[in-house]
Design a protein around this ligand. Sequence first.
Ligand code: INI
Length: 157
Amino acid sequence: MPKELRGDMNAQGLRVGIAVARFNEVITKQLLDGALEALARCGVRDNDITVAWVPGSFELPVVARAFAKSGRCDAVICLGAVIRGETTHYDMVAGQAQGGAGAVSLDTGVPTIFGVLTTENIEQALNRAGGKSGNIGTNAALAAVETASVLAAVNTA
Ligand code: INI
């Protein structure tokens, strides 16, 4: 039988850094609330969570990188909302956030989760920030817990 590893959703003792964008704060505050609730449900203590607000999604990766390199975070979560209707440089902001978060993850080995909404309009964003389509912040937190757990299992297997 092959050895099979899965993440465990019990995250007691997990240390998490969250970078969250102030741009579209009405939305990103909802993402943050969803993430914090999910982390609490998984057993993460408040004392083990640090939240850093950044101006916009473009700035998420640099702060995520600092969290990841600090040696004090087992997982990092990036939260933001990039809405096409409001910007002509949507693709640049969204691309930097996504590529930057991915680079931080691979360069540091600390799972860095992409919880950034990219939508056409504010209605779609609200739907995915605690509205009828769930909460991307919640999903991001659960992905952080599961990935940190399976990574620890891979590293000790
Ligand atoms: N930042 C966002 O997080 N979402 C957006 O929709 C957005 N728009 O529309 O421009 C946005 N812009 C700011 C950007 O992230 C940087 O903070 C800014 O360019 C300074 O570097």
